[in-house]
Design a protein around this ligand. Structure first.
Ligand SMILES: NC(=O)c1ccc[n+]([C@@H]2O[C@H](COP(=O)([O-])OP(=O)(O)OC[C@H]3O[C@@H](n4cnc5c(N)ncnc54)[C@H](OP(=O)(O)O)[C@@H]3O)[C@@H](O)[C@H]2O)c1
Length: 271
């Protein structure tokens, strides 16, 4: 695969821009789904302890040590010692001695443990168990706190981001801090595909609606991890790498942003 788009991380590594999300793929189905994605050409796979499919995902990537593999430590494993143990369990389930990216899944601000969790992640990186470390669902104040206290800036913040919830302020902050934005629910959990503006651009370009949305993320310099179950969907989404949107088409999708567009939990409220 040539010309696979990547983004530079602040730790001098590169992250593939298009990856495969695995939330809601059962452990039993994960090996085949992941292998289908890898056969199609995806170079990154995203999982999490809470998805309960790390064993299956690990089987799916077992022949491909080159694949950028990322997982996340769940909320009940926050804290210095607990996070280290939880990361070891992730590695055992994945059957790997390291992951490419380890993320704190949610800040859980009321728990007040994400700073200690971040300190554990710094040690895990030093021990080689995670090549890069990052966070997910962190707000500005959470990011500033861990950076101010440790001097280590997360490589990635994986956040909810799709055409109806574009997170412009947080994206700008990430740019200033040198953090790659990775979009979760990039297709709006599938709902974005029915949007008339998206359908019109799909018609104009002759591309699947899903690929149009994913292309918009990619052209904005975002990393993106769509989830799909069937080979058809997996392949349709991969077409995002094979065409370009015009400035006008990008602007038409930019115009779909909505203050009420959040679909998942608010990070201030989840603990
Ligand atoms: N960090 C976090 O807190 C967090 C939260 C949520 C998600 N995530 C990550 O982000 C990934 C993606 O998010 P997501 O799964 O919530 O939503 P998504 O990727 O925006 O959408 C997935 C949905 O879209 C459908 N779909 C995918 N490709 C399609 C196509 N070509 N045509 C029609 N429908 C299509 C899928 O159906 P089928 O399955 O039937 O193909 C599924 O129902 C997750 O898998 C997970 O890895 C992270």
């Amino acid at each position: 695969m040539t010309d696979y788009p990547t983004l530079a991380l602040n730790d001098h590594r590169q992250i593939p821009q298009l990856g495969f999300g695995t939330y809601k793929i059962d452990d039993a189905d994960a090996p085949e789904a992941v292998r289908t994605a890898l056969d199609t050409g995806y170079q990154l796979v995203d999982t999490a302890a809470i998805y309960e499919n790390e064993t299956g995902v690990g089987k799916g990537v077992s022949e491909r040590p080159d694949i950028f593999l990322q997982t996340k430590v769940w909320n009940d494993s926050q804290g210095f010692e607990r996070a280290k143990k939880a990361a070891d369990k992730c590695l055992a389930r994945l059957d790997r001695d390291h992951v490419d990216m380890l993320l704190i899944h949610w800040p859980c601000p009321d728990k007040g443990e994400f700073l200690d969790t971040w300190k554990a992640f710094i040690e895990l990186r030093e021990a080689g168990k995670a090549k890069s470390i990052g966070v997910s669902n962190f707000r500005e104040q959470d990011l500033r706190r861990i950076i101010d206290e440790t001097g280590v800036t997360p490589a990635v913040n994986q956040i909810e981001l799709h055409p109806s919830f574009q997170q412009r302020e947080l994206r700008q902050l990430h740019k200033e801090l040198g953090i790659v934005t990775q979009s979760w629910s990039p297709l709006g959990q599938g709902d974005g595909l029915a949007n008339p503006a998206i359908k019109a651009i799909a018609e104009e370009t002759g591309q699947p609606a899903s690929a149009v949305i994913l292309r918009w993320h990619i052209q904005h310099g975002l990393a993106v991890i769509p989830k799909a179950s069937s080979r058809d969907h997996i392949e349709a989404n991969f077409k995002a790498l094979s065409f370009a949107l015009s400035d006008q088409q990008m602007a038409a999708i930019d115009a779909l942003d909505s203050a009420e567009g959040r679909m998942g939990p608010d990070p201030s409220e989840l603990n």
